[in-house]
Ligand binder design. Structure first.
Ligand code: HEC
Ligand code: HEC
Ligand code: HEC
Ligand code: HEC
Length: 206
């Protein structure tokens, strides 16, 4: 296997001088070294939030166009958040129990590693933010979810997960992930089984 074919572009960013290495069996060893370094590289470059409990398939998803979605499921009166969260008041970034407001929110979503401001913008409370810091609207929350749940977001985009509707060869409509999953406690809640239908009374001839 040619050295050049294995090494760049995977290795370039984290191995400063791979061309200098000397080994007796370049093909074999370099393959091993390259794959080891490539793994090391990926581990090094993957943001840490991707490595907690989420499968390897979860690389972030790119969404090339705006998708048609329903409005986010806000409680009445909750939005705009900036009604209360005046940008002039410095946000409290400390992890704590909510006491003055939002007491109904209990984080059960990787809570050990997460805090509110990992998703909600500290400076502009009417927006969410991605890991890059880019602000997004609540109508684009699937981009946020897709950063950690790439496999599910890809399925969702393709219509395999989450009830897509519309024309098979044309315009499609999507539900937001948060239309089905509570963003703060996303585990899909078991549905309560309904009672069986009542057996109709036997017909009597009239
Ligand atoms: C994983 C990302 C994420 C985290 C972490 C998170 N949120 Fe949210 N939050 C969202 C998204 C997305 C929405 C919009 C969808 C919705 O209304 O549920 C939302 C909605 C809300 C709302 C509006 C709720 C309503 O009833 O309309 C409030 C208030 C809120 N979050 C506060 C918080 C607080 C406080 C925390 C920390 C204890 C927190 N969030 C943690 C993503 C997150
Ligand atoms: C009725 C006023 C009110 C509205 C509307 C409101 N909040 Fe809050 N929010 C508060 C108060 C008060 C706190 C501080 C709670 C505490 O420290 O116990 C808070 C705290 C938070 C926090 C924790 C971090 C921080 O800055 O203290 C987040 C995140 C948050 N709110 C998100 C939201 C989002 C998102 C919305 C809109 C969907 C929203 N809030 C709407 C009053 C409000
Ligand atoms: C920063 C990374 C991150 C983001 C952003 C994120 N999640 Fe998660 N999510 C996780 C991790 C880690 C777990 C597994 C740990 C857990 O269940 O607490 C998880 C678990 C889940 C689960 C499975 C829960 C269960 O117990 O089976 C669902 C569903 C889910 N997330 C949906 C969402 C939705 C919807 C969004 C967008 C509003 C979102 N996630 C955003 C990291 C993230
Ligand atoms: C139409 C409703 C719906 C929508 C929209 C939806 N989901 Fe789900 N999701 C479900 C159901 C139902 C399950 C299965 C729950 C179960 O098996 O316990 C699920 C399961 C999951 C799980 C857990 C999978 C596991 O292996 O345990 C994750 C993570 C998840 N969804 C993420 C997302 C993300 C991210 C989006 C948006 C891109 C999304 N979902 C959109 C209904 C939905």
């Amino acid at each position: 296997m040619a050295y050049g074919a294995v090494v760049p572009p995977l290795l370039e960013p984290c191995a400063p001088n791979p061309g200098r290495m000397r080994v007796k069996y370049p093909g074999l060893l370099l393959c091993a070294v390259a794959s080891w370094l490539a793994t090391a590289c990926q581990e090094h470059e993957r943001p840490s939030y991707l490595s907690h409990g989420v499968e390897a398939a979860s690389t972030p998803v790119e969404f090339e166009q705006e998708l048609e979605v329903p409005p986010p499921p806000f409680t009445e009166g909750a939005f705009p958040c900036s009604d209360c969260h005046d940008p002039a008041i410095p946000p409290n970034t400390k992890r704590r129990e909510m006491k003055l407001a939002h007491t109904e929110i209990k984080l059960h979503h990787d809570a050990e590693h997460r805090w509110c401001l990992d998703c909600h913008s500290a400076e502009n409370r009417d927006k969410l933010h991605l890991a890059s810091g880019e602000l997004i609207d609540f109508t684009e929350s699937y981009k946020l979810c897709g950063q950690c749940h790439g496999d599910k977001a890809r399925d969702w985009r393709a219509g395999v997960h989450g009830r897509r509707s519309g024309n098979w060869d044309g315009h499609k409509k999507y539900l937001l992930c948060v239309n089905c999953h509570n963003s703060h406690a996303p585990k899909f809640q078991p549905l309560k089984p309904l009672p069986p239908p009542i057996r109709p009374a036997p017909r009597t001839s009239s």
